[in-house]
Design a protein around this ligand. Structure first.
Ligand code: DX5
Ligand code: ZN
Length: 216
């Protein structure tokens, strides 16, 4: 299976956004993860459209936008306009997942659905044939730098089985507490894309850290 790292800009230095984005652009990471928080769905606020602009300008890598906002249907199309190539919304954040899917597709991007640690993978079954990616949260969304919740590995494996049984082509991405120490286990359970914030940006050599995760 393919392995991809998606460094999370939430842990970047916002005073040097261009420098940090260019680092990812040079690195072996193929995606850039952008965490949008509204202070309602999660107890934290991050950033929105104006911050996406300089990121989009500084890299040609795949822009992977993770929306931690209520009523994502109101904004998904604008994130595509701002350069998102994958737009992932939370299943818990909307009453109309189908509308979100349709709006993202109509705007021309790929569609992801994310679930929080306590949401069972079974809730994804009906959506799997309609989407490109599932983002499994391995920490409670809202903050970088938390520890990986151990039970996540079993969830990833169960989702992998569900996807394979239905013969679908859905990417599994995992977000929260990922480092070179557990990347091997998480890839091994069936994930293809790992998000890493603090592990990358707090490393002395972020580019080398990305390679370590890919080869874990
Ligand atoms: C948390 C965000 C994550 C976060 C990951 O709500 O969705 O993407 O940036 O940070 P680390 O890798 O430090 O756990
Ligand atoms: Zn995220």
């Amino acid at each position: 299976m393919q392995r991809t790292i998606s460094p999370s800009m939430l842990s970047a230095d916002f005073g040097h956004l261009e420098r940090d984005t260019q680092m990812i652009d040079r690195s072996r990471a193929e995606w850039v993860h952008i965490d949008v928080m509204d202070g309602v769905f999660v107890p934290n606020i991050s950033f929105g459209f104006p911050v996406m602009k300089p990121i989009r300008k500084s890299t040609s890598k795949f822009l992977d936008v993770h929306l931690m906002i209520v009523e994502p249907e109101k904004y998904v199309a604008r994130f595509v306009e701002a350069g998102a190539e994958m737009v992932t919304f939370h299943l818990e954040a909307t009453d109309c997942p189908q509308k979100c899917i349709d709006l993202i597709r109509a705007a021309g991007a790929r569609v992801g659905i994310s679930i929080k640690p306590r949401t069972p993978v079974e809730s994804l079954r009906e959506w799997l044939p309609k989407i490109d990616l599932v983002l499994i949260m391995s920490v409670e969304p809202g903050f970088g730098g938390q520890s990986y919740i151990e039970g996540s590995t079993e969830k990833i494996a169960a989702l992998r089985r569900m996807i394979d049984e239905q013969n679908l082509d859905v990417i599994i991405e995992v977000d929260g507490g990922i480092s070179a120490r557990n990347a091997g286990e998480v890839f091994g359970a069936g994930a293809e894309v790992l998000v890493a914030g603090s592990a990358v940006f707090k490393a002395e050599d972020p580019e080398a850290e990305i390679i370590k995760m890919l080869e874990a």
